[in-house]
Design a protein around this ligand. Structure first.
Ligand code: SF4
Length: 250
């Protein structure tokens, strides 16, 4: 069985492949909860706090997940959206929790073999063994900083990050920031403290605004772009929020 929160076709909204038509496979479960991101979701009359993907991260929502019994059913679903050569995006929750699942590995291999780019959005805090399939993946490492509300030793595992840098096909970093941590200097301090102990391979660094509304994005991006210019980092927006707002499945 493979726990899947949702499968949908949309435009990649963030990072280096922003704007590219993609099929998103959002896997269920996460090792973090990120209460600092201020996401809220109602489920059976109870309000849960966490990130904007809380319905995929928190196992309390598992009754609304799909448990795929085999790879072909999921492949058929993913192919049903479009005949074009879309990117495949593994997201979550934390996708690497499922990297030993043969159903997921078969799905990844199927799309790789047909020439699709397969990308992963990961928090980079899980250490796993790379096989020949996982070595073909494009990773975006969204390492969580203090604004996630998670404790340092849980959200930053340098050995796990280095393992991904050393073994994946391509790795970029994407840090989610708010205006306050740009203004008080803590954003750059935390990012530099992390990067200085890693053996990087020309990995691009993206800074992205925290937020699930246009107002939040605009407020945060108005400070973040200055850091990009100052430090030579790239700027990422959240295109899906600008187009669809805080809607699920797009
Ligand atoms: S790591 Fe990502 S998916 Fe998991 S709780 Fe944090 S923001 Fe949500």
């Amino acid at each position: 069985m493979l726990a899947v929160s949702e499968v949908f076709y949309s435009l990649q909204g963030e990072g280096e492949f922003i704007g590219i038509p993609s099929v998103f496979l959002r896997l269920g479960g996460c090792n973090l909860s990120c209460p600092g991101f201020g996401g809220r979701s109602d489920y059976k009359g109870i309000e849960f706090l966490g990130c904007d993907s809380i319905y995929a991260a928190n196992p309390k929502f598992s009754q609304e997940w799909y448990f795929y019994p085999n790879a072909q059913t999921l492949i058929d679903k993913m192919q049903s959206f479009s005949d074009i050569k879309f990117d495949v995006i593994l997201t979550g929750g934390e996708p690497s929790l499922h990297f030993k699942n043969p159903i997921l590995l078969e799905v990844i291999e199927y799309f790789l073999y047909r020439g699709h780019r397969v990308c992963v959005e990961s928090n980079g805090s899980i250490e796993f063994i790379f096989n020949h399939i996982l070595r073909e993946l494009y990773f975006t490492l969204s390492i969580k900083l203090s604004n996630s509300g998670e404790v340092l030793k849980k959200r930053i595992k340098k050995e796990a990050i280095q393992n991904i840098i050393d073994n994946a096909k391509r790795v970029v970093f994407k840090f989610v920031l708010n205006a306050k941590m740009c203004e008080d200097g803590s954003a750059i301090e935390e990012i530099k403290a992390l990067l200085k102990d890693l053996n990087l391979k020309n990995n691009q660094i993206y800074l992205m605004p925290q937020g699930v509304s246009l107002e939040e994005l605009d407020k945060n991006i108005s400070k973040i772009y200055l850091l990009c210019l100052q430090e030579g980092f790239c700027l990422s927006d959240r295109l899906h929020i600008r187009i669809w707002g805080d809607k699920r499945g797009v």
